[in-house]
Write a protein that binds this ligand. Structure first.
Ligand code: MOS
Length: 737
């Protein structure tokens, strides 16, 4: 048996670790700028209607208040003229250029003051007049019933091919609204260095994206905008967009001609930076007597806002994981008077997987077959959407290893079998899959005369360990000792790189680091070669003090003499890379198998995670510690999705209820056991030079259904609506017992 990765004995640290724990690392709100003013956003108190006036007179009397920006007092931005009629800018960019109110807490003003305290107090004194429209859509359950699904799409085959399948499950599944809540609040500091030059520190997953968005708003060449996001305290997708805080700080800094900082409050983190939309889905699956899955119908609906189109592919998973010959899908979005949802870890697929993996579990109990066997038998033999062979795909090994680790063979195959006192024990499993993507990314390497390297890229590290992974990759490609490598990330002055997200960060960067490493070796070969001695780039090894040739111990030259001979201060290379034609030939995915054991308390309804085994195929594991961190964090997120996380909305007013850490329960360490993570760790032969497939999302996808499947195994109650809070457990358990 392969031992799971042991996080406790693999503490290698991270390049940025010391800076983070000593407070030296600067997050976006922490830069000190001369004459920095503090802005606090004021949200609307109505949910639907129009703002017709604003009274800032009392707020302005507070000593220290500098100005209050609003629809009636802001720099006019040409790009946003007629904002109400235009669809090309979302509300989180146009909010001061429109009077329309579409959700509660929609920003209507920014109070700017000398201190945060003055600004916060004054913000509470801003009064607005509204024309309120009480006719609004808030209740997802209600509104979704009058929104029709789009036309059914026959992705493959037809549902008539399996209408007489001997075993059919047809059920509906629902997931509550969930909020990202990274530890670091979204925050921006903006400063105009001149009328055409903007400097921004912004909590974001992608500095180039913010640069381009601000360029479009202010009609500036992105080159004249510098965006820094050097340290990021988590994102989970909330940092994929540019939100209200960035625009408000930039507008205020322009208006006041001094730097302005805007930091969201924790409650504003629930209304101003997106969330995972509440969703409904129907999954119908048919199987033959031998366990072959014949077909699937997958339908879904999820929330969106009034003013910004967002749709995530909840049903996309239907034809990815299993070799269904018949796949029919349709979906739609349900516009509500709520703020805009956005991508949140495992967007679409983690939601869709809850439906599909629950339905398959239901089918297994109906048919009395092993949930592992049925999955083994039905794993998609190739990428079903394209017909391309998988480049690499080891879900079968994940399943085998997971089953072995948790002792699946010895589990009770029927509910209500294991009881100790008032605790029932149950076992459940599910799988997850995520497209392994690769995007355009660049990196530069600078070498000094001592052979020290600085590697730079605009890509951010949102806590995933990108920095340490870059050091590992450069060490791998160049052979240079880790201690000689420094990294600089998350700044638009560095080589452009795709936004970090979608589990493509490391996969995308590895091509750039490989290309820059090759370019560096080529330069070194040119500089080192003499008439007497030729150097071949491909065989250069970078040591502590010198470069040498592989297999030729005598051929070496020190960095010092190389730099002196060529009269160099530094050597610079900069390279970019993207996915290529391998994408036409192969299918790429990462996958995971979740095997969980839960205990369910018969009287209190508490569900305790007793064991969590997650086995992941994500190609080469570049940095085992950070990779395990990713999967552990994702697993904890899955526990939140299944058991604790639900943002309540007051359906009468459209206001969120309990939108803070007291009211909204994120799962934390105390809610999980030591999560047992292990990796297949086999390189993908085609995806990129490292063979790494990416793993941020896949640890969450499949986690929630593995939990509800385990609950079913424990107490015989099937939960199809998340989260499964103790009240739901006690009421269903007592009524069924
Ligand atoms: Mo991820 S939803 O791209 O942070």
């Amino acid at each position: 048996m392969v031992k799971p990765f042991n996080i406790l004995s693999n503490r290698k640290g991270r390049v940025e670790g010391k800076a983070k724990v000593t407070g030296k690392a600067l997050y976006s709100a922490e830069y000190e700028l001369p004459k920095l003013a503090h802005g606090v956003l004021v949200g609307s108190t109505i949910t639907n209607g129009k703002i017709i006036g604003i009274d800032t007179s009392i707020a302005k009397e507070i000593p220290g208040v500098i100005d209050v920006l609003s629809y009636w007092n802001k720099p006019n931005i040409a790009a946003l003229e007629n904002a109400e009629k235009r669809k090309d800018f979302p509300i989180h960019h146009t909010f001061f250029h429109t009077t329309k109110i579409d959700f509660n807490d929609q920003p209507i003003a920014l109070v700017v003051a000398e201190t945060l305290e003055d600004a916060s107090f004054a913000a509470s004194l801003v009064k607005a007049q509204y024309e309120e429209n009480k006719d609004m859509d808030i209740d997802f359950d209600n509104v979704r019933k009058r929104v029709d699904l789009n036309d059914m799409k026959d992705d493959r085959g037809s549902s008539s091919n399996w209408q007489n399948a001997p075993h059919i499950v047809d059920q509906e599944y629902e997931i509550a609204m969930e909020v990202h809540n990274p530890m670091e609040m979204h925050a921006t500091i903006a400063q105009w260095d001149s009328a055409n030059s903007l400097r921004v520190y912004d909590k974001s997953q992608g500095v180039n994206a913010v640069q381009n968005n601000l360029g479009a708003l202010f009609n500036l060449d992105p080159k004249n905008i510098r965006v820094t996001s050097e340290f990021v305290g988590g994102g989970f997708g909330s940092g994929l967009n540019m939100w209200f805080n960035t625009v408000a700080a930039s507008l205020a800094a322009k208006q006041l001609n001094r730097p302005v900082k805007v930091v969201l409050t924790r409650p504003q983190m629930f209304t101003m930076v997106g969330y995972r939309p509440e969703s409904w889905q129907r999954v119908k699956i048919g199987a033959a007597t031998d366990g072959k899955l014949l077909g699937v119908i997958h339908q879904s609906k999820h929330t969106k806002s009034q003013n910004h189109h967002f749709s995530e592919g909840i049903t996309a998973i239907a034809h990815k994981v299993y070799g269904f010959e018949n796949v029919q899908r349709n979906a739609t979005t349900v516009p509500l008077h709520l703020s805009s949802p956005t991508w949140m870890r495992g967007p679409g697929d983690s939601t869709g997987t809850f439906g599909v993996e629950s339905a398959i579990d239901e089918l297994c109990y109906k048919m009395d077959v092993d949930p592992v066997d049925i999955r083994m038998k039905n794993i998609a033999p190739y990428e079903m959407q394209t017909g391309n062979p998988w480049s690499s795909h080891f879900l079968d090994e994940c399943l085998q290893r997971g089953a072995e680790t948790i002792g699946w063979e010895n589990r009770p195959t029927k509910p209500l079998q294991l009881k100790e006192g008032n605790w029932y024990t149950g076992y459940g499993m599910a799988v997850g899959l995520w497209n392994a993507m690769r995007r355009h990314a660049g990196a530069s390497i600078e070498m000094d005369k001592k052979g020290n390297l600085v590697i730079r890229t605009a890509m951010t590290d949102i806590g995933t360990g990108t920095g340490e992974a870059i050091v590992n990759m450069a060490h791998e490609f160049l052979g240079i000792p880790r201690e000689k490598i420094k990294i600089e990330l998350g700044d638009s002055i560095h080589p452009k790189a795709v936004t970090q997200g979608g589990s493509w960060g490391l996969s995308s960067l590895s091509g750039a680091i490989a290309a820059a490493s090759t370019a560096l070796k080529e330069k070194l070969a040119t500089y080192a070669s003499t008439n007497d001695q030729q150097w071949k780039a491909a065989s250069i090894v970078l040591g502590e003090n010198e470069i040498s040739m592989q297999g030729k111990p005598d051929q070496k030259v020190t960095y010092a003499s190389l730099f002196t001979k060529n009269n160099l201060d530094t050597i610079m290379v900069e390279e970019y890379s993207s996915a290529g034609e391998e994408r036409e030939k192969y299918g790429f995915c990462s996958s995971a198998a979740h095997f969980y054991r839960v205990k369910v308390h018969a009287l209190t309804g508490q569900v305790k995670m007793d064991r969590m085994v997650i086995v992941v195929d994500a190609g080469t594991i570049v940095n085992p510690q950070a990779a395990a961190n990713q999967i552990i964090g994702a697993g904890v997120g899955g526990v939140g999705m299944a058991l604790t996380e639900k943002q309540e909305v007051d359906i009468n007013s459209g206001r969120l209820v309990g939108n803070d850490f007291a009211g909204y329960h994120v799962a934390v360490n105390a809610d999980v056991p030591l999560i047992e993570v292990s990796f297949i760790d086999k390189p993908d032969p085609h995806i990129n030079p490292m063979g790494a497939k990416g793993l941020g999302e896949v640890g969450l996808i499949g986690a929630a259904p593995a939990i509800t499947n385990a609950i079913y195994n424990a107490i015989g109650v099937r939960f199809r609506k998340l989260p499964v809070t103790p009240d739901k457990v006690t009421s269903s358990f007592n009524s069924s017992a």
